[in-house]
Design a protein around this ligand. Structure first.
Ligand SMILES: Nc1ncnc2c1ncn2[C@@H]1O[C@H](COP(=O)(O)OP(=O)(O)OP(=O)(O)O)[C@@H](O)[C@H]1O
Length: 311
């Protein structure tokens, strides 16, 4: 169990990073609380990797203030490196090395590594432990990269798209491992393109677009913001909407977007559904095809960035 230190795990204020005429980070503000899982979501080219690699000390911001576990990731890299785990998208592994050799080697570099055999079992590395890196499949490399990031028992782990390219079984094993890390007091900062991953894992979500954090909060809190949930039903055209609206809870709205199709927005839950069906019963309306749709994190992402997440 890690004892949470003082202050946030990551504190970025007004980070700017330019590559020639491209502004990758444009005043990015991000705070990651210790002992939480924070997911950074954003469309391609939004600046996620640049932000994470700046935290790891691999890129140097042009402006702004950045502290990771209270340290400057570039000026105090020697003190920071042993305390963080890094999973890079592209890997700097010698192609002739065998998977388990690599893992054992990295474990030896740390003072208190995890049990290599157990970690390998958890991530399903056993089946390809003697395979050289160059012969590993994309998903196997991904699992090895995750193991390499975790084996040193870091206080803070950066996971860049940790489940990209993994089959569903490996993805669920990875999620379980990340939850255990968090329960053990480890702070996790991950990037993802998968809304489901953010909703499953994250205590906090930061949506990045064009080099800035444009929304930050718990997944449920973010999903509640913006557009409303929707309840739809069909019935005979021309129902008395004034009367229906009077029956609905405050903050709900009823419309008939096309004849016989009704749309109710608001806090869609059992109470609203009961109100609508009771109103229909009182007015002799046989409501048909009743559907409810909760507003999801994906809707928020789409509204804010104008782009779809990857399925
Ligand atoms: N080394 C570099 N040299 C020049 N431009 C770069 C470099 N690294 C990133 N960029 C540019 O900076 C912007 C942000 O890139 P970054 O890789 O941080 O985005 P990302 O959100 O991680 O994207 P993706 O989801 O595609 O991985 C992009 O426009 C990218 O082309």
């Amino acid at each position: 169990m890690h004892t949470p230190g003082a202050g946030p795990a990551v504190e970025a204020v007004g980070l700017v990073k330019r590559y020639g005429r491209t502004t990758a980070l444009d005043g990015l503000d991000l705070t990651v609380r210790r002992g939480t899982v924070t997911a950074v979501l954003g469309p391609n080219g939004a600046g996620k990797t640049t932000a994470v690699e700046s935290c790891e000390g691999y890129r140097v911001p042009d402006a702004g203030r950045l502290r990771v576990l209270g340290l400057d990731p570039v000026a105090q890299a020697a003190a920071l490196r042993p305390r963080i785990g890094v999973m890079l998208q592209r890997d700097g592994v010698y192609p002739g090395v065998r998977a388990m050799e690599m893992l054992r080697h990295v474990a030896r570099l740390h003072a208190h590594p995890l049990d290599v055999g157990e970690l390998a079992g958890r991530l399903g590395l056993d089946g390809f432990g003697r395979t050289t890196y160059r012969r590993l499949s994309g998903g196997q490399r991904q699992r090895l990269a995750l193991a390499l990031a975790l084996v040193g028992r870091p206080e803070l782990v950066f996971l860049d798209e940790p489940t990209a390219g993994l089959d569903p079984q490996a993805r669920h094993a990875t999620w379980a491992l990340i939850r255990e890390l968090r329960d053990d007091g480890v702070t996790v900062l991950l990037t993802t393109h998968h809304m489901e991953e953010a909703e499953e894992l994250a205590d906090e979500v930061a949506i990045v677009d064009a080099g800035r954090v444009i929304a930050h909060g718990g997944p449920a809190e973010l999903s509640r913001g913006g557009a409303s949930d929707v309840l739809r039903f069909t019935g005979r055209p021309g129902l008395d909407l004034v009367s229906l609206r009077q029956a609905l809870p405050v903050g709900s709205e009823a419309t008939e977007p096309s004849p016989g199709n009704y749309r109710i927005t608001g806090d869609v839950g059992p109470r609203l559904l009961a109100t609508v069906t009771a109103w229909c019963a009182q007015h002799g309306v046989l409501a048909d095809r009743i559907t409810t749709r909760r507003h999801t994190l994906e809707d928020v992402f789409l509204e804010l960035t104008g782009k779809e997440l990857r399925p």
